[in-house]
Ligand binder design. Structure first.
Ligand code: ATP
Length: 349
């Protein structure tokens, strides 16, 4: 059971509390993604699991054993970090083979496995080069190949796709997903890219200022974000968040009129996803002037404005209308409205 448990762990750098006390269990075989904006403590959390960073308080348990004092090499983990950590004097082939060599795998077998792995990450043509002769994205792929060439108990991956171009990133994402399906190795993966988190994770831990604010399946996080921060962070384009008030069973803001079953209240934020809105005839829930049309290929993003209110809908690719003319948007059948408290960010409905 390659379970990883963080028990009341805490990290301070001098007086700065980077990760306040918290606990998290990553289950055996799980793909857990730590997601959050820059500086929220993802890398710090990961480095503590790896043993590259001392923990200020708490315990780290791997496979039921307390590893606080174990060096990284004795934790049976393979890591891919943003800064690659490749051996500069070795070729790509030697770098990829290295973890196998350390474990005494025979030369012919090593060679075969390194070549197979290199092919998976599209590096087969570059095996004899040294890291200094590679682009950033190529180096990142060598680091990835070196991690996946053997099957450890745990993978730790910190933004392993961040330096790849958009197309390769999508290919590699599928490769990682397939690899996880095949090997079922417990994986902790750090990213600030919500799409990567949604597509790869069994569960996502959304972090903010060192704390985990929501820990759930991607589906649940998308459907029911715990607070305003998560609501705004997940989804692309992000959820429409509109400031207004509820009175007489209706949420009101400039250009917005949505029946909501809750008592009168001020300082409320209404949330609805662009993909759950459609262009409608007059008298719809959202009324304003057409502000912008953006063709994305398979759809058109339609932005409506009314005073301070701005609402985006994902419409048909062939939708056309003149900018600054009247525009109406309505929720599609089954669309879900979310309500949050402006001051605390807490979810109300
Ligand atoms: P990014 O996505 O930018 O890599 P992150 O979520 O991984 O960010 P961390 O690198 O874990 O964030 O940093 C968390 C906080 O701890 C940040 O505020 C950072 O400035 C601080 N921090 C990180 N390392 C140190 C250090 N060695 N000394 C002091 N503060 C640090």
């Amino acid at each position: 059971m390659a379970e990883v448990r963080l028990v009341d762990i805490e990290k301070k750098y001098g007086n700065f509390l980077a990760v306040p006390q918290q606990s998290l269990t990553i289950e055996d075989g799980e793909f857990l993604v730590l997601l959050g904006p820059s500086g929220c403590g993802k890398t710090t959390t990961m480095r503590m699991i790896a043993g590259l960073e001392d923990i200020t308080a708490g315990d780290i348990m791997i496979k039921g054993e307390r590893v606080n004092d174990k060096p990284p090499k004795d934790r049976d983990i393979a890591m891919v970090f943003q800064n690659y950590g490749l051996y500069p004097h070795m070729t790509v082939r030697q770098n990829i083979e290295y973890p196998l060599k350390l474990r005494g795998v025979a030369k012919a077998d090593r060679r075969k496995r390194a070549e197979e792995t290199a092919a998976k990450v599209e590096l087969d043509a570059l095996l004899e080069r040294r890291p200094s002769e590679l682009s950033g994205g190529q180096r990142q792929r060598v680091a990835l190949a070196r991690a996946i060439v053997r099957t450890p108990s745990i993978f730790l991956m910190d933004e392993p796709l961040s330096n790849l171009d958009a197309k390769l990133r999508v290919t590699m994402r599928a490769e990682l997903k397939h690899l996880h399906h095949e090997l079922g190795v417990t994986t902790v993966y750090v990213t600030h890219d919500q799409m990567e988190a949604m597509t790869l994770a069994n569960r996502v831990a959304v972090m903010r200022e060192g704390r985990i604010v929501q820990l759930d399946t991607p589906k649940k996080i998308y459907a029911e974000p715990a607070d305003l921060f998560v609501a705004g962070f997940i989804g692309s384009p992000s959820m429409n968040l509109i400031d207004g008030t509820v009175s007489g069973g209706v949420f009101r803001a400039e250009g917005v009129d949505v029946p909501i079953d809750m008592p009168d209240r001020e300082g409320v934020v209404l949330g609805i996803r662009p993909e759950e809105l459609e262009i409608a005839p007059g008298g719809a829930a959202f009324t304003g002037k057409l502000y912008a049309l953006e063709l994305t290929g398979d759809s058109t993003l339609v932005t409506l404005r009314a005073g301070k209110t701005s609402v985006c809908a994902r419409g048909h690719a062939d939708f056309e209308a003149d900018i600054n003319t009247d525009c109406h948007l309505a929720p599609k059948d089954g669309a879900r409205f979310h309500l949050f408290d402006r001051a605390s960010g807490e979810r109300l409905i």
